[in-house]
Design a protein around this ligand. Sequence first.
Ligand code: ARG
Length: 456
Amino acid sequence: MEKLWSGRFKEKTETVVENFTSSLSFDIRLWRYDIEGSAAHVKMLGKQKIIPKKDVELILHGLEEIKREILEGRFRFYKNLEDIHMNIEHALIKKIGPVGGKLHTARSRNDQVALDLRLYLRDEISDIVKLIKGFQKVIVSVAGKHIDTVMPGYTHLQKAQPVLLAHHLLAYFEMLERDKERFEDCLKRVNVLPLGSAALAGTTLPIDRKYTAHLLKFPKISENSMDAVSDRDFVIEFISASGILMVHLSRLSEEIIIWNNDQFGFIELPDAFTTGSSIMPQKKNPDVLELIRGKSGRVFGHLTAILTVMKGLPLAYNRDLQEDKEPSFDTVDTIKASLQVLTEMMPKVRFNKEVMRKASEKGYLTATDLAEYLVRKGMPFRDAHRVTGELVRYCIDKNKVMSDLRLKEFRQFSKLIGEDIVHHISVQTSVDEKKSFGGTSKKLVLARIKKIRIKG
Ligand code: ARG
């Protein structure tokens, strides 16, 4: 296959080099964007009279046919034509003759590939934002069903204070809200037209970049041709936002795995979202969640990869930049799949409300409430903390829970304690009274859910 750039070469490219340099196996994913970008470019060339209108029509027609062939699986790809851009251009010339060679006027693959990747990520980001919103909706709806489910809240994975399951779940809603904002913000910097930068310096031909931007719906045009062809900070940003999203999905998965462990027994996973063991017949494993946790590692790896690719590159384009695509594509696939599977699974998780409540009743989770009770009676917090600690020690030694104690026993620790103490150490009161903004009281959690619904 004759290369489109073969003019200045005497020797044929070695096969090993062709194989090594080819990116077709992965950048084939960009074909749709490559055609879209080329169509806009050629229309601009026509409008600017850089090429005659009739040639524009021929090229557009050729591109349309190529599109149809690819969609119908009839297009023949050649690995030794390096990449998707060369494949499409080559096919165009073969189809419509030398006039097809006019398409690449005032363009380089350097600005072309930057354009394609931006078009691709722009589409994917809008899909990803939709998926995040869908998952958020599911979380809010599950939370809405558990506005009365009390469970232990943890620090150091030790029981700490009682919380509402709804509050716990909504913590993930908030994380996802920031993730969504990060993607939306990243989109602003993805959504910039690089085309027209040509190889690195711009072109002598009278192109109209504003017109191309208008055709491709870019609100902004890159200001510096060297920057436009050589930076990939929009990729770094995208993978970084994805990495943070995966941290959140992985943490949620880890929690569900723990809750699913029968020593916790807080939930039951739907059969359809678990897998069995090849040797132990009794097993029902949370593999989906483990995979999300595991896959977060690949996304972090992609972030490290793209940062490392970029860090030593002199301006402007270097072939190293071809290494931007696989990390981007795999990141897109990984986060979309993770969001999809969690969104489907979440509504089908069964929460064992009774087990959760019982777990919050064991372990002196209302000790802080007792200390705050003493504070309200005038005791300095540090003293209240010590007194409550002594009382907990006493209960542990006597193998009692706080609600087993009689008033007399309470008063051994502080004369400030009165009849009303019973009310203040109940798990329910503990939750109900967390009325500081952002706290777990039912009223506040309901208000948050209502506000989210109105926004959504
Ligand atoms: N396949 C290349 C890439 O992905 C396209 C750009 C090639 N440009 C060049 N000057 N060799 O980056």
